[in-house]
Design a protein around this ligand. Structure first.
Ligand code: CUA
Length: 155
């Protein structure tokens, strides 16, 4: 008889934890706006430099207050290495790699994604405060890995 009491208690602990984790997931998604990056398409890694939009990497204003950053992550730099945008801009990053797997993390933002040859990664972020953000490669990509960085300057 006693056994059933404990069983019920353990079952409710399990159920309670499930609710806590679902709550955390809902909070991260809806409250904090954390999403998995989109896989925005495929690309031939050999032809990155000749395939639009990656034949012309850079920062473009696509609508008032909205920018697109087309970026190539390669051994061992980001192109462009410097992104300059006004505060309050919503920025969509589209990024790919022509060589090996890299990563991109923009410090103090939710931008954190792997950059895989053959795939285009896309993520969006609104830069509200004027400040500098370091861009780093967080996937070991060879001897120059620790020199692979850039900057987002929010003015
Ligand atoms: Cu690119 Cu590490």
């Amino acid at each position: 008889m006693k056994v059933h009491v404990y069983e019920k208690a353990f079952l409710s602990i399990g159920g309670g934890m499930l609710l806590v984790f679902l709550g955390a997931l809902a909070f991260a998604t809806l409250g904090a706006g954390i999403h998995l990056p989109d896989r925005a398409g495929s690309i031939d890694p050999q032809a990155v430099r000749t395939t639009p939009p990656f034949d012309d990497p850079g920062v473009r204003e696509i609508a008032p207050g909205k920018y697109e950053v087309v970026m190539v992550a390669q051994a061992w730099s980001f192109d462009p290495a410097e992104v300059r945008i006004p505060a309050g801009s919503e920025v969509t990053f589209r990024i790919t790699s022509p060589d090996v797997i890299h990563g991109i993390h923009v410090e103090h933002t939710t931008i954190n994604v792997m950059v895989v040859p053959g795939q285009i990664s896309e993520m969006r972020y609104t830069f509200r405060e004027p400040r500098e953000h370091l861009i780093i490669c967080h996937e070991y990509c060879g001897i120059g890995h620790h020199y692979m960085y850039g900057k987002v300057i929010v003015e």
